[in-house]
Design a protein around this ligand. Structure first.
Ligand SMILES: C[S@@+](CC[C@H](N)C(=O)[O-])C[C@H]1O[C@@H](n2cnc3c(N)ncnc32)[C@H](O)[C@@H]1O
Length: 298
């Protein structure tokens, strides 16, 4: 349970958190939960940790570390605070309009000509809102007989469980057109449930973008929106290069509206649509190894 912080003591804010203490916390999270803070932006992470320290009524790291060692509930709350899971269906609707009108038809044509399934990867998919939005578009666009492999991955097992359940508060569905809402969702208590015919189009699995050993699945279209914004620039560059390695020439990468192509990533992508942060893979070769085709299937 959260304790009210004392009003007489000075507020403990993120910048008060010494790097040595952050390192102690990083090691504890890595040891207990396999979660490595190392690749995340320092200032942003420090602010969030400070929030939890204050919420527990402390003004320093040492007693909080002590608490964390014995309190799994607080460990869960800290991890939830560190990885923000906010998402909703058709987030940034204009991005989905561009995907629907231009990108998906082009990819469907290409993959049909090559007689193979269209492969889409939503990396950092939170509760499934992003890959399900694509599934809703494809339910209308996909020609019969055309194969589809739609993969949603996230570091958090808890959000993946929610994604598989496909039950949403109405607030997450504000951008869904009324006709789509009526056709593909049904009321389940206070929530709306996505129909099985759409849910079964998406496979969810756990995947950590920051883990070197973790292979990246091959895809024709990768969406990684509002995820790398929390990562250090060095990690962003590494991940962008790894996306380049799994995309074929003319494949597409979509970033969040507040994100952009940085560093080494610029060598492998050209801007397709600047306002929507859509990039097209160029023909420069790169040598990270993708997973075998077919890993999208469970
Ligand atoms: C703000 S949500 C973005 C959801 C969705 N892409 C969107 O734009 O609406 C960020 C997601 O990234 C996930 N995430 C954070 N660190 C990650 C990592 N290292 N590997 C994979 N996913 C990560 C979080 O768990 C969270 O669900």
């Amino acid at each position: 349970m959260d304790h009210p912080a004392s009003t007489t003591a000075l507020a403990f804010v993120g910048s008060d958190l010494p790097d040595e203490d952050l390192e102690l916390l990083r090691r504890l999270l890595l040891e207990c939960r396999g979660f490595d803070l190392g690749g995340y932006k320092g200032a942003c992470i420090k602010r969030r940790i400070a929030m939890r320290i204050r919420a527990c009524g402390h003004h320093a790291v040492a007693p909080y570390l002590q608490l964390l060692r014995h309190n799994q509930g607080e460990m869960d709350r800290l991890l939830a605070t560190l990885s923000i899971h906010v998402s909703h269906f058709f987030r940034n609707p204009s991005t989905f309009t561009t995907l629907q009108r231009h990108i998906l038809p082009e990819l469907l044509q290409q993959t049909a000509q090559q007689n193979r399934p269209l492969r889409i990867w939503s990396a950092g998919c939170a509760g499934g809102e992003e890959p399900y939005s694509l599934a809703l578009l494809l339910a209308e666009l996909l020609p019969s007989g055309q194969g589809l492999s739609l993969l949603g991955t996230d570091i958090s097992p808890a959000v993946l469980e929610q994604a598989r359940a496909g039950l949403y508060d109405r607030s997450r569905l504000a951008e869904v057109p009324a006709a789509v809402l009526q056709r593909y969702f049904c009321a389940e208590g206070e929530k709306l449930g996505l129909r099985a015919e759409i849910r079964r189009l998406v496979v969810f699995r756990q995947h950590n973008l920051l883990q070197e050993e973790e292979r990246f699945p091959a895809a024709d279209l990768v969406l990684c929106r509002n995820v790398m914004i929390y990562f250090s620039r060095a990690e962003q560059e590494k991940i962008l290069s790894r996306f380049a390695a799994v995309l074929p020439e003319h494949g597409f990468l979509v970033l969040g509206k507040a994100e952009t192509m940085v560093g080494a990533g610029c060598n492998y992508f050209q801007v397709e649509c600047a306002t929507e942060r859509i990039y097209r893979r160029n023909d420069r070769s790169i040598s990270f190894q993708a997973q075998e085709p077919g890993v999208h299937k469970e």
